[in-house]
Write a protein that binds this ligand. Structure first.
Ligand code: ADP
Length: 334
């Protein structure tokens, strides 16, 4: 994991940079070398900010509601370009975490930065840096597709003609260009979700938060959304995704964080989880339920099965994320 390396925006003021520029253009100026060094630094700092090694950082974050801890000492970071999946049973604190990351609620304690901006001290910069697709459909049903995009573009002060160019670009991208004049209430669930994604991308965010983006959608529409999400990530978009669908996480995410009772109980890649918990799984039916036993490899699970004199109601298979999730949290998602 890379170390955090962000140069403060206040390191060099615009005035200094402008002064340096005019000095550089004037061969009689006494400080041409110093000025060109300053310009170099401005360019370098811009490059570093653009490359954004740490996109999301949480340090010892707490959230309490009515003295009840909901998020409890949460620390993790997401690197630029990563696709991070946050999993957990209902009530684990995922939505509260997303709400804190997206400035919708303040942490009770701890420190959160998005692309180097502090969510408490610099909420405006954070909002300009992030795109958010929340679980509930948040586009305006009584406006047309284009009007929803236009409204969001104006709220973000995107000037024309750039605004029209971006609206067309993202509606094209999510395959809604031919529905631009349709009222949102006439769209299918999948189309509304695609519109939410297009709208979230309009102001060119660096980090996209997707809170259960495919919930309630049919399998074909889910697959199409997966393609869009994956393609965006391939283009360099950092993403944090919460979902109840394990196949979605397995398909999309580079790294996974599992939360339970407000705490991060596991963090890593699926391969790391499997290496840690076991790649082979033995399932044994006991009355109306199953007992599970992990083995380091599938071959070891099979060897164990072969050694059993009575194999009734027992099977072996490769383990998956859901098995590990249930092992860790002790219950299925609903
Ligand atoms: P998840 O998204 O993992 O299902 P949430 O973050 O929605 O979990 O909720 C975590 C816990 O915080 C739950 O017990 C929930 O009831 C509680 N909670 C969430 N928001 C509030 C609130 N505004 N006031 C009081 N309790 C809340």
């Amino acid at each position: 994991m890379h170390g955090k390396f962000v140069i403060s925006r206040s390191s060099i003021s615009f005035k200094t940079a402008a002064h340096a520029l005019s000095a550089r253009q004037n061969p009689d100026h006494p400080l041409p070398q110093l000025c060109s060094k300053i310009l170099c630094f401005v360019k370098l700092s811009h490059l570093i900010q653009t490359s954004m090694p740490v996109a999301v950082s949480l340090q010892n974050v707490h959230k309490t509601y009515n003295k009840v801890p909901v998020v409890n000492d949460l620390s993790f970071s997401i690197e630029a370009g990563e696709m991070f999946g946050l999993l957990g049973p209902n009530g684990a604190g995922k939505s509260t975490t997303i709400r804190m990351l997206t400035t919708l609620t303040r942490p009770s304690a701890g420190h959160i930065e998005i692309a180097g901006y502090d969510v408490v001290r610099q909420p405006l910069q954070v909002k300009q840096t992030i795109g958010v697709v929340l679980q509930q459909i948040s586009v305006d049903a009584d406006l047309s597709v284009w009007e929803n995009m236009e409204l969001h573009g104006r709220l973000h002060h995107i000037p024309n003609p750039k605004r029209q160019k971006l609206i067309n670009q993202w509606l094209d991208y999510v395959e809604l260009a031919d529905r631009r004049d349709a009222l949102v209430k006439t769209l299918s669930g999948g189309m509304k979700r695609r519109l939410q994604i297009a709208r979230a991308l309009l102001h060119e965010p660096k980090v996209l938060f997707l809170d259960e983006p495919t919930v309630g959608l049919d399998p074909q529409t889910r697959r199409r959304l997966w393609e869009i999400i994956r393609d965006l990530n391939k283009q360099g978009m950092t993403m944090l995704l919460t979902t109840h669908y394990m196949d979605e996480v397995e398909f999309l995410c580079d790294r996974i964080g599992i939360m339970d009772a407000g705490q991060l109980i596991e963090l890593g890649t699926l391969q790391q989880f499997k290496a840690q918990h076991g790649e082979g799984l033995l399932m044994k039916q006991v009355e109306d339920r199953f007992e599970y036993k992990f083995f380091p490899t599938l071959a070891q699970a099979n060897t164990y099965l072969d050694s059993l004199p009575d194999k009734t109601g027992i099977m072996v298979r490769p383990s998956n994320l859901e098995d590990i999730f249930v092992e860790l949290t002790g219950r299925q998602l609903d």
